[in-house]
Design a protein around this ligand. Structure first.
Ligand code: 5GP
Length: 197
């Protein structure tokens, strides 16, 4: 990959949009990519592995990291705090690794403002009804949490057009392939020459 290629890829979606599955499939194919493990104050869900899917912190621990300016970005999402640690991101960027960030829409905006050359991708469910059905069927959230995720998701869906790319997740294989091609084409020397004078 050329040194002028964008190496920061922000992947956002609504809860239950399929983003985590797409990211894990891409990482399985590209283990050399760097996935940024976020900190969160939400409780672990079945399938979560501390230190792998997230760093699980208490609210006090999270606030201490805010005070110590340890976050690249952080946001309050669905009633919990989520944040990306600065040091590992800076290290991965300086090593020219392809960095994948799984962020909510607020976090995506913050990172895009910090690094306009980053590439933002929004994973969109094929329809509102299918999305709500998937979110309920996922069975990982309480009724109250699902309601909050639907309310927040409706406003997040309205912001999809502010992303560089919108990928419709009508089929997981196809959507994963599309995200992979975006990373390949954005990272190729011919695409990076777009931004050269
Ligand atoms: P979940 O609790 O379902 O894993 O994630 C909830 C939301 O938080 C998702 O939209 C996810 O992308 C977002 N998220 C995860 N990590 C971070 C982070 O470090 N910063 C921000 N802003 N959002 C995050």
């Amino acid at each position: 990959m050329s040194s002028t290629s964008p190496n920061l890829y922000i992947i956002s979606s609504v809860a239950g949009g399929g983003k985590s599955t797409i990211i894990s499939r891409i990482l399985a194919i590209h283990p050399e990519f760097y996935f940024s493990i976020s900190c969160t104050t939400r409780a672990p869900r079945p399938g979560d592995i501390p230190g792998v899917t997230y760093y699980f912190l208490t609210v006090g621990e999270f606030k201490k990291k805010i005070e110590e300016d340890q976050f690249y970005e952080w946001a309050s999402v669905h009633g919990n705090y989520y944040g990306t640690l600065k040091d590992p991101i800076h290290k991965a960027i300086s090593e020219k690794k392809v960095v994948l960030l799984d962020l909510d829409v607020q976090g995506a905006k913050t990172v895009k403002a910090l690094r306009p050359e980053s590439v933002s991708i929004f994973i969109q469910p094929p329809s509102r009804d299918i999305w709500i059905e998937r979110l309920i069927k996922r069975g990982t959230d309480s009724e109250e949490s699902i309601e909050r995720r639907i309310t927040n998701g409706i406003s997040e869906l309205e912001q999809a057009s502010s992303f560089d790319y919108v990928v419709v997740n009508d089929d997981l294989d196809r959507a994963t392939e599309e995200v992979k091609s975006i990373i390949q084409s954005e990272g190729s020397p011919s695409s990076s020459s777009k931004v050269l004078p």
